[in-house]
Write a new protein. Structure first.
Length: 236
């Protein structure tokens, strides 16, 4: 299912992380890692996925995050099928895999129900009422499970559409909130710019006032010098 969702081309960005190495001996951990490598994760690893150990330390976690951050984003298979190819969810690789699994479960339950029905008939012949009642209950349970699986299989497209609409509604809400926040920030920045402009204007006025006073003082000193040179007595 994971490969059906992601697609083979995106597996090169996948990092499979093993943990709890501090709870087992090195031999046991390496044995389990080898089993994962050669069996369960082999298809993904063959397509470029990486498997690393998380040593339950902050540094180990940071190293794994750095590995992931080096990846270049790629489009997932499920995204390409739904968006680019305009497929119905049931016709995607992941949808087909889910539907196949549901049909397989239905088949198994139907076989189990048939066995239970045969046993119920046998119990009736042997007049074993307790066994017959047990089989009746088992048949009812299996029938309910089969109906639920059929309903899930048929309802997958509509469930996806509902989930998509719900997600779209959430995204629209987030977008509206983001617009409001952007407007608030822009207003705050404008107010700050206006405040800085007024402060600068006041500062310029103060500079002009100081320059004017300095000019007046200079002119006054010049006149005093002229008076002194003319032999006038000036009392301060």
């Amino acid at each position: 299912m994971f490969r059906e969702l992601c697609g083979d081309t995106s597996l090169k960005n996948v990092v499979l992380v093993t943990n709890m190495w501090d709870t087992v001996t090195p031999d046991v951990g390496e044995s389990r890692e080898m089993e994962l490598t050669n069996k369960f994760f082999k298809p993904a690893l063959d397509k470029g996925a990486q498997m690393v150990r998380h040593q339950n330390t902050e540094q180990s976690a940071h190293n794994i995050i750095r590995m992931i951050m080096k990846n270049r984003p790629v489009v997932l298979q499920i995204q390409r099928e739904l968006v680019d190819e305009k497929r119905n969810i049931i016709n995607t690789a992941a949808g087909e895999a889910v539907n196949k699994e549901l049909k397989e479960q239905i088949r198994k339950h139907q076989e189990e129900r048939q066995v239970a029905q045969d046993q119920m008939v046998q119990a009736s012949r042997e007049k074993d009422e307790r066994a017959r009642q047990e089989m009746v209950e088992e048949i009812r349970r299996l029938r309910e499970q089969v109906e639920k699986l059929k309903k899930d299989s048929k309802g997958m497209p509509s469930n996806y559409s509902k989930a998509k609409r719900k997600m779209k509604g959430k995204l629209n809400k987030v977008e509206q909130e983001a617009k409001k926040e952007k407007g608030r920030i822009e207003a705050e920045l404008k107010r700050l710019a206006d405040l800085n402009r007024r402060r600068q204007e006041e500062s310029n006025k103060s500079e002009e006032e100081r320059a004017r006073m300095e000019q007046e003082a200079q002119e006054l000193r010049s006149r005093l010098d002229e008076y002194q040179q003319a032999g006038c007595c000036v009392v301060m």
